[in-house]
Design a binder for this molecule. Structure first.
Ligand SMILES: [Cu+2]
Length: 176
């Protein structure tokens, strides 16, 4: 009975070879799965762990205004501090990051270069504070029009957002 259960050596060798091939195949498959998982994880990480531009709005212009401002939330989802290197918009000849400060009782705007956003931090661009200054407008910014803004960061990230133009932004914005 026991001898009936025994496999002849040739069959055992074939089975071993088969088992080895299966092992090799599984190793390959596992390696492939791991690589796929890594690249997928990296992609998912890209959206969650990048710099994000959110909730963008722009100030629709009134007659005679040659500059305007855009506001948004900039979220640094990376694990590194990033600096705002440069800004651009197709509607303006010059686009800069500005801040608004009180200076001898006067509200003044000034350009801010290389502002740092710490990892995990959020920077609010809002009336009376930091804003994207759009200077030298080609044409008026109409209400409900879309104003693209692109920001380049020190980590090489270049992010674009479309700011919705509204005339309902509270607070006056000064001309330069
Ligand atoms: Cu300004």
């Amino acid at each position: 009975m026991a001898s009936g259960m025994m496999l002849n050596p040739g069959v055992v060798r074939i089975m071993r070879t088969f088992a080895n091939s299966m092992m090799a195949l599984m190793v390959l498959l596992t390696a492939h799965t791991t690589m796929a998982g890594d690249s997928h994880g990296h992609l998912a990480g890209n959206s969650a762990q990048s710099v994000q531009l959110l909730n963008a709005s722009a100030r629709a212009t009134r007659p005679g205004m040659s500059s305007s401002a855009a506001y948004m939330t900039i979220r640094n989802g990376t694990h590194e501090a990033v600096q705002i290197r440069s800004l651009s918009s197709p509607v303006a000849r010059k686009t800069e990051l500005h801040t608004t400060e009180m200076n001898n009782g006067m509200m003044k705007m000034r350009r801010v270069d290389n502002l740092t956003i710490k990892p995990g931090d959020t920077l609010e661009l809002k009336p009376g504070g930091y804003h994207v200054m759009l200077m030298g407008l080609d044409k008026p910014i109409a209400r409900n029009s879309e104003v693209p803004v692109t920001i380049t960061f020190s980590n090489g990230d270049q992010k674009s957002v479309v700011a919705h133009a509204t005339d309902e932004i509270k607070g006056q914005h000064m001309a330069h």
